[in-house]
Design a protein around this ligand. Structure first.
Ligand code: NAP
Length: 292
C-alpha cells in the first residue's frame, strides 16, 4: 500500500490545531491554510508550511484534510474554482472531518471521482479534549479501500475508528451522535436547574449523580466545566445548532419526526439570537439559571 507522507490541512481552529500537532509529531509533512493566518501561527513556528489558498494547500499532497465550520465552508474549499478538487493531483485522498451535511459529502465524493480523487467524509466526536489527547472517535463514509489506506492517518488522531458505509454515512452517523449528545447535554443542565430550584447543594448533587446511572460524558466533561466556572469554549453552541439543524432537515427527508431534537435546536437558536453562539456548550447551564 502507498505510504502517505504529505498532508494539506485546512482549518486549524480549536480542533484542527491540535490534530495538526499530532500529525507533525507522527512525522507527516503538513501544509496548513485558514482564511486567518494568525490561527496557524503556532503550527508555522513548529514547521508547518503556510499556504495562501485552499487550492495551494491541496497541490502535490498525498492527503488533504479539512475541518472547517459549516457545510457552506466545506463546499467553498472543495468545489469552488481553484479549490481542492480543482487543485489536487490524481489519486490524492480527500478527507472532510468537518461536521457537515451528508448531501454535501455525497456531492464532493462524486465530483472527486470524476477527477480520480478519493474522497471520504470522516467527522469526529470527542471534543477539544479528544483532539488534544488524540482519542477522537472517527466515523468514516466513502470507499472502503480509501478507509483502509487512510487508517494510519486516522490512528494518529483517534482511538475508535469505524467504517460506516458509502459516502455520506460518516456524516449521517455523526448527526445521530449529535442527537444523542444534545439530549444528554440538556438533560444534565435540566437536572442541575431542578436541583438548584429544589434548594439542594449543587456540588453534593454532582458528586452523587455524576457517578450513577444518569452520568454521561456531557455531564462529566462539559457540564462540570460550567459548574466549576470554566466557560472557555470547547465546542461552540453555534456549531451544535448547525449539527442539529442538519439533523432536523435530514430526518424530515427520512420521514422521521424527532421532537426532543427540534426542542433543543429551538433553545439554541434563541441563544444564538442573544449573541451567545460563540460560547461553549456548557453555557447552556447559565441559560437554565445555574453556574457562576
Ligand atoms: P473553529 O475553532 O471555528 O475552527 C474552524 C477553522 O476552520 C478555523 O481555523 C477557520 O479559520 C477555518 N475555516 C472556516 N471556514 C473556512 C473556509 N471557508 N476556508 C478556510 N478555512 C476556514 O471550530 P472547531 O471547534 O475547530 O470546529 C470545526 C468543525 O469541527 C465544526 O464543523 C465543528 O462542528 C466540528 N467539531 C467540533 C468539535 C469541538 O469540540 N470543537 C468536536 C467535533 C466536531 P478562518 O475562519 O480564519 O478561515
Amino acid at each position: 500500500m502507498r505510504k502517505l507522507k504529505k498532508i494539506g490541512f485546512i482549518g486549524t481552529g480549536i480542533m484542527g490545531s491540535a490534530m495538526v500537532g499530532h500529525l507533525m509529531d507522527a512525522g507527516f509533512e503538513v501544509s496548513v491554510y485558514n482564511r486567518t493566518k494568525s490561527k496557524a501561527e503556532k503550527l508555522i513556528e513548529r514547521g508547518a508550511r503556510w499556504c495562501e489558498t485552499a487550492g495551494e494547500c491541496a497541490k502535490n499532497q498525498d492527503v488533504v484534510i479539512t475541518i472547517v465550520g459549516y457545510p457552506k465552508d466545506v463546499e467553498q474549499v472543495y468545489l469552488s474554482d481553484g479549490g481542492i478538487i480543482d487543485s489536487a493531483a490524481a489519486d490524492t485522498y480527500l478527507v472532510d472531518m468537518t461536521t457537515s451535511s451528508p448531501t454535501v459529502a455525497e456531492k464532493i465524493y462524486k465530483a472527486a471521482k470524476l477527477k480520480n480523487l478519493n474522497a471520504v467524509d470522516a467527522p469526529v466526536t470527542g471534543g477539544d479534549t479528544g483532539a488534544k489527547n488524540a482519542t477522537l472517535t472517527i466515523f468514516v463514509g466513502g470507499d472502503e479501500e480509501s478507509f483502509n489506506a487512510l487508517k494510519p492517518v486516522f490512528e494518529v488522531l483517534g482511538k475508535n475508528i469505524v467504517y460506516e458505509g458509502a459516502a455520506g454515512s460518516g456524516q449521517k452517523t455523526k448527526i445521530a451522535n449529535q442527537i444523542a449528545l444534545a439530549g444528554s447535554l440538556v438533560g444534565a443542565c435540566e437536572a442541575f436547574a431542578y436541583a438548584k430550584s429544589a434548594g439542594l447543594d449543587i456540588e453534593k448533587v454532582y458528586a452523587a449523580i455524576s457517578k450513577g446511572s444518569a452520568s454521561s460524558t456531557q455531564m462529566t466533561d462539559i457540564v462540570s466545566r460550567g459548574l466549576n466556572g470554566n466557560f472557555n469554549p470547547g465546542f461552540m453552541l453555534k456549531h451544535l445548532a448547525k449539527d442539529l439543524a442538519i439533523g432536523v432537515e435530514t430526518s424530515t427527508t427520512y420521514g422521521k419526526t424527532l421532537p426532543i431534537l427540534s426542542m433543543v435546536l429551538h433553545e439554541l437558536r434563541k441563544m444564538e439570537e442573544d449573541g451567545k453562539g460563540a460560547e461553549g456548550t456548557q453555557a447552556l447551564l447559565k441559560y437554565y439559571g445555574v453556574g457562576r
